[in-house]
Design a protein around this ligand. Structure first.
Ligand code: MGD
Ligand code: MGD
Ligand code: SF4
Ligand code: MO
Length: 680
């Protein structure tokens, strides 16, 4: 029963996506009754999306996990935490004794990025266990960004961000921030922000679909999927010939001649043929860049999940460097992180990894990068008996990994599948050990893993809005106690899982940042600087120079494959968050997994609007409902992921569709054919 005498309001921030909008939560007793945007918040200014505003319903969802569960002959049975953790620790130790440490793995996924203590403890436990079997969602989202950063700067962790204050030409390749709120560049209040950017100059959106963001843009460049690299190769070629910042190149780059040679074939005709764009559009693009001088360009998953992810990312970095736009006002800056403070640790790294490290045992062809085995290798690792126990933290592999049926069967065959989640999912349903952890409103937090994606050098803190309900516990405590049972320290020195508080753990990271926990907790949102320029060139780059033409990328460009006639591309939806249905619309309507297709492509194949279509790829097939959309480019259809039915992971595969430099699975631009489903 609600007790209105105890109604109170707490300031917090939403932890569904990178925008981290400031919110005000109204609580009656233990019931979350309302969430609204915090108007006093200097980043989100009162903005929230429908998902944030649905936090009350989400928090009280009937399928929230309340009790630890242990699988026995009768299925998952509710048990107490002690029994669950005793059993889990014994079974993990047994796997280690029989098969070695690497037989126990971790999948640290998307939701973990929004649980600072939970993720940090999972990483510490993985290291303390001494297992190399670490998988994260990065390898099915965006490994090309880390690869290109490493190859061009010597450091895998540079995240370019637009200079929103002084920039004038803003380019968005394969990202739709109006719906997604950004990819590695947080975008709170996206409609207002895009309009503001457009009012400072021009916003160009490069996307095969006329997206919600494209509709606000100064110009929509409707490019053929997977061909961004050709557009960029042409632009780099043109700008090198006329419009380069010669002084910047002399002072801050090596490999100019090699870059020029790599893009030399991509003249306007070659680029027009590959991209499907008119020659005039290409020339106008080059001319616009010359006019503005510097550019602020970013990419999203439309690029990073495509076959040409690495070379597209590379050529966009190259275009910034050629125009003198990186680490310069009016172009892009690099957020060193309020908490991470990369700028104070910056020493040039000579470790540019021209050759990938050898892969995992079962998939030697898929490189291990930055101490992580790509998700693409997990099914093979399980099937070969190398991986026998898995701890899943904030992820849902059956709808996010390639080869849906295969990964599902592989997960079921594990001796231990321990899943830490907040609601029932395809993964929790097959868990051997179910860990119901505190949800976002039930724990204090810091924006630790969004640190470098924040729109400025800033950090956020929130207290817990309510205490964990039912028998839920914070993830860090669960993992800390698991470690303790196995004789491993998963918590920082001096902290004990039974007596430490959430804030004790947060203080350890906060106090290494630009201030300390008490200051951040007081401020809630602390903006230290709007942007910082110069630190990358001065202290991070080897010899102060970008490497413009890393050989592995030059080689990939030279060997780029011919395009497929019809492909399936990805998209995000406003009310859906990967595999989570977060909210429904005002009249209860949900985001449907509709396949968008240009009407001319559909009628040519006899596919009716509203009908069903069979989508066949080399890896498998699915059946989807069709919606005509004249905003789609011809030759591409768009389908969101994260649904059990239809599951795009039925069309993705690690058998052959894996990038051998980054380990990324092809998830956008999948060659398909379409057949109408006979409804009679
Ligand atoms: N509402 C909502 N927000 C989310 C999520 C969600 O599921 N729902 N997921 C979150 C996650 S995990 C992530 S990683 C981010 C992703 O954030 P974004 O990267 O912005 O993802 P999308 O909104 O899908 O935008 C990708 C765009 O790429 C386009 N595209 C596809 N192929 C190509 C191509 O070859 N070239 C070009 N130029 N464009 C192409 C698609 O048409 C689409 O418009 O969003 C986050 N935010
Ligand atoms: N074919 C195809 N595949 C894709 C993509 C695609 O576009 N197409 N997108 C890729 C991308 S960008 C990503 S990021 C991955 C996503 O892959 P995953 O991270 O594996 O999938 P999610 O659906 O984001 O899973 C998040 C899980 O976290 C749980 N959760 C929510 N809050 C909490 C919490 O506070 N604590 C804990 N412990 N759990 C919580 C949710 O219930 C959910 O089960 O999928 C990738 N796979
Ligand atoms: S954009 Fe929506 S989901 Fe993302 S943080 Fe803001 S309210 Fe939450
Ligand atoms: Mo993602």
């Amino acid at each position: 029963m609600k007790d209105s005498s105890t109604t109170r309001t707490e300031r917090s921030f939403c932890r569904f996506c990178e925008a981290l909008c400031g919110i005000e939560v109204t609580i009656e007793g233990d019931t979350i009754v309302a969430v609204r945007g915090d108007r006093s918040d200097s980043l989100s200014h009162g903005y929230t999306c429908s998902k944030g505003r649905a936090l009350p319903q989400w928090h009280h969802r009937p399928d929230r996990l309340d009790s630890p569960g242990l699988r026995g002959s009768a299925g998952l049975v509710d048990v107490e935490w002690d029994e669950l953790l005793d059993d889990l620790s014994v079974r993990l130790q047994d796997v280690i004794d029989r098969h070695g440490r690497d037989a126990v793995g971790f999948y640290i996924a998307t939701a973990a990025a929004f649980d600072a203590n939970g993720r940090r403890t999972a990483e510490r436990l993985q290291r303390a266990l001494g297992t190399k079997s670490k998988y994260t969602a990065t390898s099915i989202d965006t490994p090309s960004k880390l690869l290109v950063s490493e190859l061009m700067s010597g450091h895998p962790g540079l995240v370019p961000a637009p200079d929103r204050e002084n920039g004038s030409l803003f380019l968005f390749f394969g990202t739709n921030p109006v719906v997604s709120h950004g990819h590695l560049n947080a975008f709170p209040d996206p409609v207002v922000t895009i309009r503001e950017l457009a009012s400072k100059g021009e916003v160009w959106v490069i996307d095969p679909r006329r997206t919600e963001t494209a509709r606000l843009a100064s110009r929509h460049v409707q490019i053929a999927p997977g061909s961004d690299f050709a557009l960029l190769a042409y632009l780099v070629r043109e700008l090198l010939a006329d419009g380069a910042d010669e002084q910047y190149l002399t002072n801050h780059a090596i490999g100019v001649a090699e870059l020029a040679s790599a893009v030399s074939d991509w003249d306007v005709d070659a680029a027009a043929t590959r991209t499907g764009l008119e020659r005039e559009d290409l020339e106008a693009f080059a001319e616009t860049i010359r006019k503005h001088g510097r550019i602020s360009g970013q990419t999203g998953t439309g690029v990073t999940m495509s076959a040409s992810a690495n070379i597209t990312e590379w050529l966009l970095w190259a275009l910034h460097i050629v125009t003198g736009s990186y680490d310069r006002t009016g172009g892009m800056w690099f957020n060193p992180g309020y908490l991470k403070r990369l700028d104070t640790r910056a020493t040039p790294s000579a470790s540019t990894q021209d050759q990938p490290v050898l892969g995992s045992n079962a998939r030697p062809d898929i490189p291990i990068r930055l101490g992580e085995i790509p998700c693409a290798a997990m099914a093979d690792e399980i099937e070969s008996g190398n991986l026998r126990a898995l701890i899943v933290v904030g992820g849902n592999p059956p709808t996010s990994f390639p080869d849906a049926t295969r990964i599902d069967a592989a997960l079921r065959s594990l001796e231990v599948l321990a899943v830490a989640d907040v609601v029932e999912t395809d993964t929790t349903r097959i868990a051997t050990h179910l860990l119901p952890v505190a949800g976002q409103l039930e724990r204090p937090d810091l924006s630790l893993y969004i640190d470098q994606f924040m729109p400025n050098v800033s950090t956020r803190y929130t207290p817990a809005v309510v205490s964990p309900a039912a028998n839920r516990r914070p993830l860090w405590r669960v993992l800390g106690e698991l470690g303790e049972r196995m004789g491993l320290a998963a918590l920082p020195e001096g902290l004990d899982p039974s007596s430490a508080t959430d804030d004790d753990l947060l203080a350890v990271v906060a106090d290494r940042g630009r201030s300390n926990l008490s200051h951040i907790a007081q401020a809630r949102l602390d903006i230290d600087e709007q942007s910082v320029f110069g630190w990358v060139r001065e202290r991070m780059l080897p010899d102060g120079r970008w490497r413009l033409a890393p050989q592995p990328l030059v080689d990939q460009l030279a060997k780029v494959a011919a395009p497929d006639p019809l492909v399936l591309i990805s998209r995000r939806q406003a009310r859906h968050l990967n595999s989570q249905m977060v909210t429904s619309g005002p009249n209860g309507q949900t985001d449907l997994p509709e396949l968008l297709i240009h009407p001319d492509d559909a009628t040519a194949s006899g596919i009716p609007d509203g009908g069903r279509v069979r989508v066949t790829a080399v890896a498998g097939f699915l059946v989807a409902h069709v919606r005509y959309d004249d905003g789609m480019v011809r030759g591409a259809v768009s389908l969101p992921h994260g649904f059990s039915v239809p599951n795009v992971s039925d069309l993705t595969t690690s058998d052959f569709d894996v990038d051998l430099l980054s380990g990324m699975v092809l998830q956008s631009g999948i060659a398909i054919s379409l057949d109408p489903v006979d409804e009679s």
